[in-house]
Design a protein around this ligand. Sequence first.
Ligand code: URA
Length: 249
Amino acid sequence: MAARSAELPQGERLQKVLAVRGWGSRRVCEDMIAAGRVTVNGQVAVLGRRVDVEADSVEVDGVPIGTKPGLVYYLLNKPEGVVTTAHDPQGRPTVVQIVPAEPRVYPVGRLDVGTEGLLLLTNDGDLAHRLAHPSHGVEKEYLAEVSGSPGTGAVRRLRDGVELDDGMTAPAKVSQPSPGVLRITIHEGRNRQVRRMCEAVGHPVQRLVRVRIGPLRDAQLSPGAWRELTQAEVRSLVESAAGDTRPIR
Ligand code: URA
């Protein structure tokens, strides 16, 4: 593997790869390399090293670069009735009560109390901030059970963009896998967006489930269950927040 990447003149500079994954500025990452803290395929890297991010195994102080020390990433299947806040003045159950209390984590974005499905919680504020920013365009995919059976006109309107009270929605991917069930993929994160879009075309949502966040899916995770992301998932998420939408390897 190392030989293969060494032959690749277009490999990425090691300090850039580290910086993109949140290990510090490029300057800080250069200093880490110069200090001998970074290995590539088990060998201490030198400044100027290029790596093939798909093939090479990179570690800082023996920690794979997919995860920074002390940071945790949980994927929760939020059940209906649980609120996506750290504290609820009305005393309803919250998503942070479902996952471990320490280290303290925060939800990335939010799902309505009535919405089910995948929610990311982390103490990686930098990644959370980047994922929540609409300009990064991380896709979120939903399955919506709606009233009635939308016709081609309604589906086309959802696809093209719907006029809501806070402006036009961006084009969405929309299909109808079975009558009355819409699969809707958006990359904006407006308040109650999917519900308002469906209502605007005359088919109010009866049930809403988020089934994908960028590269993250998990059909096996039951409602109320959570798990840690794998290193490959963290890496893929970081890449998608940086505008790279390649699937998880
Ligand atoms: N769109 C909604 O309408 N509700 C959610 O919880 C998420 C997206």
